[in-house]
Design a protein around this ligand. Structure first.
Ligand SMILES: Nc1nc(=O)c2c([nH]1)NC[C@@H]1CN(c3ccc(C(=O)N[C@@H](CCC(=O)O)C(=O)O)cc3)C=[N+]21
Length: 282
């Protein structure tokens, strides 16, 4: 049996239409359009796809995009001064600093400088802490997108065994917190996990967030499982692939997300949602 594909791209598009309607209603009620400032430092080629997709999503939802670009040699102090300016600007609702940053800049210092109520990435310790305490405000876009995608495909979480592979601050950890909030039994696996194949084989929901092409072997997947692939790996031939050995996994899973066209577009839609939320709670 071959798994059903979860069409993240089309779910993300429906979500953007709903966000567009809400933005339009706000504007009709006399508010200005929500505004998102994005700060791109240097030019990491991998950032371009994401930046382009964000720009398109802003156009589709009616969110005002304020793109700011800086040379790779900008000092930390200069970048922090930009954030301070945007923090204080009443016409800006959301601030996103594209990661990774060049080596002279300390990422934690930068993230912690963004006002929590403008932190549309949901990376600030305030927002992660709120999620950990079941009181989410601005939620990290990728994990939030995975939950929204599964809800909209009619999947339930209560009591289900979910295994997240990857324990990063921005994806794996908040993913486990989201699954826990949704009622799943959440396990996080990482580089010191002793028997990864066993952990994955026990999972009814597998979420891969490793950043290594084909790292999750298809034969590990339990028959009938739901497989969510967060990996976005660019191969030498220019194509994108996920962390899951897709062709084998899809013959065992009941539901699986493709790469591209799965979680990536959902991340972008949740960024639009967070920007709208930030504007509405201003
Ligand atoms: N502060 C910050 N926040 C982020 O959320 C963030 C970041 N920095 N740095 C880079 C990563 C990567 N990321 C992507 C999100 C969506 C797609 C995406 O839309 N992918 C599509 C497009 C594929 C294509 O057209 O090639 C897909 O998977 O179908 C890609 C990459 C967000 N990131």
């Amino acid at each position: 049996m071959s798994a059903q594909l979860i069409d993240g791209k089309s779910i993300a598009e429906s979500l953007q239409s709903e966000i567009a309607a809400k933005v339009e209603a706000r504007v009709a009620a006399g508010h200005r359009a929500p505004a998102l400032a994005t700060l791109l430092v240097g030019d990491d080629p991998a950032s371009h796809v994401y930046v382009r997709n964000k720009r398109n999503a802003c156009v589709r939802t009616g969110i005002r995009s304020v793109p700011l670009q800086f040379g790779a040699d900008i000092s930390q102090q200069q970048l922090l001064a930009e954030i301070d300016r945007l923090n204080a600007d009443p016409d800006i609702d959301g601030i996103l600093v594209q990661l990774p940053l060049p080596a002279q800049i300390d990422t934690t210092t930068v993230i912690e400088r963004i006002r929590p109520d403008k932190d549309v990435d949901g990376f600030h310790p305030y927002n992660l802490g709120r999620l950990a305490q079941r009181l989410p405000v601005l939620r990290p876009c990728t994990p939030y997108g995975v939950i929204e995608m599964l809800k909209r495909s009619g999947e339930s979480f209560y009591g289900r065994r979910a295994v997240v592979v990857g324990a990063s601050n921005h994806v794996g950890r908040p993913m486990a917190l989201e699954l826990l909030l949704a009622g799943a039994t959440a396990t996080i696996c990482h580089r010191f996990t002793r028997d990864l194949a066993d952990e994955v084989a026990r999972a009814e929901i597998v979420v891969a967030a490793v950043g290594k092409p084909g790292f999750i072997r298809g034969h590990w997947i339990a028959p009938g499982a739901t497989v969510i692939d967060i990996g976005i790996n660019r191969l030498d031939n220019g194509s994108l692939c996920g962390d899951v050995e897709f062709d084998v996994a899809r013959e065992r899973a009941a539901w699986i997300t493709p790469v591209p066209g799965g979680v990536g577009p959902m991340t972008v839609s949740m960024l639009m949602q967070n920007t709208l939320t930030a504007a509405a709670t201003r």
